[in-house]
Ligand binder design. Structure first.
Ligand code: FAD
Length: 359
């Protein structure tokens, strides 16, 4: 079955919903296709203790502030799922689930979106499929030799699965630090990071990160010196559990090992650490395989964009994948602005007018 609409949004996580909010405000006809069975995007799959690194007010999508979670400054993932569920209901966003998009193709004046639930033809597409679905594992010698459990961030749930075991956590970002802190009390933990762990000052949380990203965007818009944005401040937000484990002396990072053995890891000087399990908190790549038929792939697996618009296909916008699709666009509070820009540019394209200047 083939259906027609003006815009197809692929992905019904926070980025897809923010896009839907702005498309609706502009009166455009659109659908949101989402591969998950329920609302909430990647937040449905977070580990049990995951908390946001920003308070609720700084974790809101356009139009509707996230309510405060009772008894918590930093809401947990379940609260985000509830918020996103209520958000799509409040704005009556036309989310179709579960619908997995397999490919986006050029089809004359239109783009053809093929999925496991049929085909849509549209004048524009917003891709908002996130990164959680493409976990990244670095090539480390011996990775296949290791006989213990191997997990990525996406598979980690709770320290109870590792009680009393030797666990190696790899990664110096927020996921690595938070999962290491989670495991620090009940396991024999080895936490390794590529470069020395860089904790942000204790009073810096997602609010300051968002302000830094905003300052960077303003500087870039104004053509003044790049402020360096978020990365210049550090890598790890010292959320309360991370701070607690660090201050108790349980969160000490070792340098990256050079190879895996059958039973653990080994450093260049011959030091070894035993491991029953290794958890790779080594990041993600954008989930873009459905766009392969358009042949737009650029360096580092990204698709070159101006703002959110694909350079090689003006009817396609990419939203929420990281700073390359808008400063802080991979955060709840940061995705609102690029979502608005994408919706306005699509409206202008559909009207045959130039898009309004950004402000
Ligand atoms: P997702 O939530 O991944 O949603 C994408 C949706 O698209 C999913 O439902 C997926 O199933 C669907 N999809 C994928 N491929 C297809 C396809 N081919 N067809 C149809 N549907 C498809 N941000 C903050 O603001 N604050 C935080 O504290 C914070 N903490 C984080 C902690 C961790 C560990 C991680 C990994 C991220 C964190 N983020 C945080 C960043 C960010 O908010 C999340 O990654 C967020 O889930 C990204 O939203 P999204 O809508 O872009 O992608």
């Amino acid at each position: 079955m083939t259906r027609r609409t003006q815009v197809v949004v692929i992905g019904g996580g926070q980025a897809g919903l923010a896009a839907g909010y702005h498309l609706r405000r502009l009166g455009l006809d659109f659908v949101i296709l989402d591969a998950q069975a329920g609302a909430g995007g990647a937040w449905q799959h977070a580990w049990d203790s995951l908390h946001l690194f920003s308070p609720a007010a700084y974790s809101s999508l356009p139009g509707r502030p996230m309510p405060i979670q009772a008894g918590k400054v930093y809401p947990n993932a379940a609260h985000v799922v509830d918020y996103l569920t209520a958000y799509e209901q409040r704005y009556e966003l036309p989310v179709h689930r579960p619908v997995r998009v397999d490919g986006v193709h050029r089809d004359g004046q239109l783009l053809r979106v093929e999925s496991d639930s049929g085909t849509w033809r549209a004048r524009a597409v917003i891709s908002a499929t996130g990164t959680w679905w493409r976990p990244f594992l670095p090539a480390v010698p011996g990775r296949d030799v290791f006989r213990g459990r191997k997990l990525h961030t996406v598979e980690y749930r709770t320290p109870a699965d590792f009680t009393g075991q030797h666990v190696v956590v790899v990664g110096g970002g927020n996921s690595g630090a938070q999962i290491a802190a989670d495991l620090a009390y009940d396991t024999e933990l080895t936490w390794v990071t590529q470069r020395p762990a860089r904790f942000l000052a204790d009073d810096i949380d997602g609010r300051a990160l968002f302000d830094a990203a905003t300052a960077r965007r303003r500087a870039l818009d104004a053509g003044t010196a790049d402020t360096g944005g978020v990365a210049s401040l550090g890598d790890i937000v010292a959320v309360p559990p991370v701070r607690e484990a660090r201050d108790t002396g349980l969160l000490k990072a070792s340098p990256m090992f050079t190879r895996l053995t059958a039973d653990g890891v080994e450093w260049a000087d011959g030091t070894v650490a035993e491991a029953d399990a290794i958890i790779w908190c080594t990041g993600f790549r954008p989930a873009l395989s459905h766009l392969a038929p358009l042949g737009l792939r650029g360096p580092r697996g990204h698709i070159p964009t101006t703002g959110t618009q694909a350079v090689g296909e003006p009817r396609l916008h990419l939203l929420g994948y990281g700073d390359w699709t808008g400063p802080a666009s991979a955060t709840l509070i940061g995705v609102g602005r690029p979502a608005r820009d994408a919706a306005h540019e699509i409206a202008a394209l559909l009207n045959g007018t130039r898009s309004a200047p950004r402000n």
